[in-house]
Write a protein that binds this ligand. Sequence first.
Ligand code: ADP
Length: 263
Amino acid sequence: MAPLESYAPRVALVTGAGQGIGRAIALRLASEGIDLALNDIPRNAEVLDELAKELREKGRRVVPLIADVSVEEDVKAMVEKTVEELGELNVMIANAGIAHVAPVVETTVEAWERVFAVNVRGTMLCYKYAAAQMIKQGHGGRIIGASSVMGKKGCPMVSAYCSSKFAVRGLTQSLACELAQHNITVNAYAPGVILTAMTNNPRDLDKGEGKHGDSTKSLLGLPPSAPDAEPEVIASIVSYLVKPETYFITGQAISVDGGVYMS
Ligand code: ADP
């Protein structure tokens, strides 16, 4: 099969698209002519609708999908709905995630399991149903997950989050091996300190309070002067990875962190 001829990024599904990195990815892919299925949880239904409206005004076909990525039936239905409404699925961005901040000795099983349910099971389900659809279509594809600098090195106070982001790398590498024969690449981005609600104040995501990025920097043992960036830097690597010319890049967790992992 000739990878450059068989694959084209026409339709993408982005999870956790209502805010932060997911929203930046959706805006960027739409600006490149890709039609979109946009997912988030009920809390973000309104912002998701507004984003969908904005992108439709720019000429894109957009389907908002309220669903919980940790629920298998939800993910299955999301992929089905995407194909029903937009005709196919070429790009899956498994971006949705949550954090939990506590020392290990205070981490409850419930908190641990919720982080793993969303970040690991959710990513696995998105990979699973996207892969099945892409294999069925037979034109290759792109699957991209969300790891983290905390998925590459240990970090105090975020053992569940950190471990879940290591797991995303394991999943990404494993699926990359399985899907190479189908011209489907599987990669992840590994952000450093990106200025979103999550890094604003991971202690209280709902409130999104705190000084931009500072709490994440202190968790990573970095000074306030350490590099940080807007979510568009992640959108930019995603934009590259979905291009047909990147068919030979797979199984990678690409650090986009201003050198934080290296330092
Ligand atoms: P960041 O953009 O830094 O990764 P955010 O917390 O700003 O972090 O964004 C994560 C997104 O994932 C949010 O839009 C959030 O609502 C979404 N999300 C969280 N849990 C789920 C879930 N179970 N299913 C779908 N989306 C989710």
